[in-house]
Ligand binder design. Sequence first.
Ligand SMILES: [Mg+2]
Length: 402
Amino acid sequence: MKIVRADVIVTCPGRNFVTLKIVTDEGVYGIGDATLNGRELAVASYLKDHVCPTLIGRDAGCIEDIWQYLYKGAYWRRGPVTMTAIAAVDVALWDILGKVTGMPLYRLLGGASRDGVMVYGHATGHDIPEALDRYAEHVEMGYKAIRVQCGVPNVRSVYGVPKDNGMYEPATKGTVEEHSWSSEKYLDFVPKLFEAVRAKFGFDTHLLHDVHHRLTPIEAARLGKSVEPYRLFWMEDPTPAENQAAFRLIREHTVTPIAVGEVFNSIWDCKQLIEEQLIDYIRATLTHAGGITHLRRIADFASLCQVRTGCHGPSDLSPVCMGAALHFDLWAPNFGVQEYMGFPEAALEVFPHAWRFERGMMHPGDAPGHGVDIDEALAARYPYTPAYLPVARLEDGTLWNW
Ligand SMILES: [Mg+2]
């Protein structure tokens, strides 16, 4: 079963997505997500100009060998662009394998380890009453785990909070927005948010929160310690994780669980965090961390240290990633939770999918492969639109972590 074509499809049904489609000489095809938010065309070029030509004629069933070929053969290892491109190839090949064997991806991985996948949704408000209203809506929809984010008084445009009352979308078309940030105001305010959630809804739902890399390690330690009574499911990205040893300081001071890894690309980004048990959940995604073949290695390594998975699942990863992730989650013995933000209606139409949501749980469906397709004619009606993630500055103008 030889690869005869590999095409890159860029489309913007609400936001930009990059999709790789691999076709075999038997007429079977598979697709993989190659979307790197804000840097989409870099991956499209990496695939088109450097990867696709080398795939032609290869056996589509040699998934591991092709992964090693693209990782070791490039000489330049790791990095978000390379690993996203490799992931797209990998997921497309697993999709093909599922289709030719007639099996859903989760069965190829070893079968379901659970009945369904617990997902967490986003409850966000410009202030606490609005955040509580959104939280109530998620409880009503059956969510068992809910991330809560809220505007901070006297801080302009906080991450995670929509500009209007629509769906949250961090990227802005055509321009780079600048947000302001104050760790002091945030640290004073955010425990009040959790207190309000627990006072109104009790402890029946898992409560999650994303710090979005904004704090220093000692500030993160203070936050974790101060919110222990509210028993968070996790405190996400409390500080940037390039320096993995920095998490020791947070760990020494708090038992609030920690989740890290949505910007990670390989097992080397989280090796120390996992082996020293400095985190509780690893958030690496299929699309940015080398696909099924590599994320499975990260999950297996994490399982040795009782670290569970909590895959990143924003709307800037395409429905193809969502589908493949749900198969992975259904299989992973050390699965924790899956993020699910939902998608704009146009994106759901461009990517017909077998996955389904019901009362806070998701299932990838039983279609062969990962169960997500692309309507190429419809995709062509949504051309690429330049869009950029914002940056954050402290109140004195210093560039900070967004
Ligand atoms: Mg996050």
